[in-house]
Design a protein around this ligand. Sequence first.
Ligand SMILES: O=C(O)CCC(=O)C(=O)O
Length: 269
Amino acid sequence: MKSINKIWKEIVYNFGEQSLNIDALKGIAENNYAAIVIKNLLTQNILDNTLEVIQDNLKQAVATQYSNGTLTTIGPYLAKYLNQPDKYFIEAQANSSLFPKDFDISHYVREQLQRIFKLQSLTIAQESDGRKYAPFIVRIHSHGVMNPLHNDNIMRDARSTNLLLAKLKYQLSCIICIQECDSGGNLRHYMKPWTPDDEKYKIKNGIGYDYEVVKDKPCFVFKPKVGDVYLINPTNYHEIDEVLGKTRVTVGFFIGFFDTELKHGVVWS
Ligand SMILES: O=C(O)CCC(=O)C(=O)O
């Protein structure tokens, strides 16, 4: 059963208007808030140009088959490559120049997030030997596609590797909505961080977790609109409802902090 409890709320920030609670980032990292939704950060021109670049580069997209449809992505996803980090870093380099040098939406949003949250730095994560992580991933959910209940936790997933990101204290996720779908496509974000004991709920021979793991937990349901930039704590369970009609297109990256003050951030996908 999907929970529809409404007690866990987001912070909505209208870019350029009111000031933002200085503890907002910590608030989502520690589950006091479900999300931060930033409105009016992107112009129509930025959104149109970004969508055009994505459409022009669809031949680079990789399709992953699920029982209920296909999720298409442009750019690597670290958790998928933990056994072959060299391959990840090669793909990360190849994808980092998807957007033209004169306007890269991931770079622009990073700069704005640094200002909005008064971060001392927000840079693309880099290993000490110079290998750079991928700065973003494009997720393309077409009609009929959903993402099952899952969580993203690089501190757990990279623990047995030498990768720097295994040492993070916090992981957040930033999602930029480039094109919204007609209906469905809601993000369902549950106030329930992963714990080792949850592995008994992992779906055997499939992907994701059984709903029992989030039973009775507050759930924040959010339908992204074009131009929304939103941040969540992805170490909580979350899923995306089946997309209906127009394709849901987002650009996303994770943001990690090694410091408990959340002042020096790194991004990767
Ligand atoms: O597209 C979304 O709303 C969420 C994507 C996601 O699964 C994540 O950011 O971890």
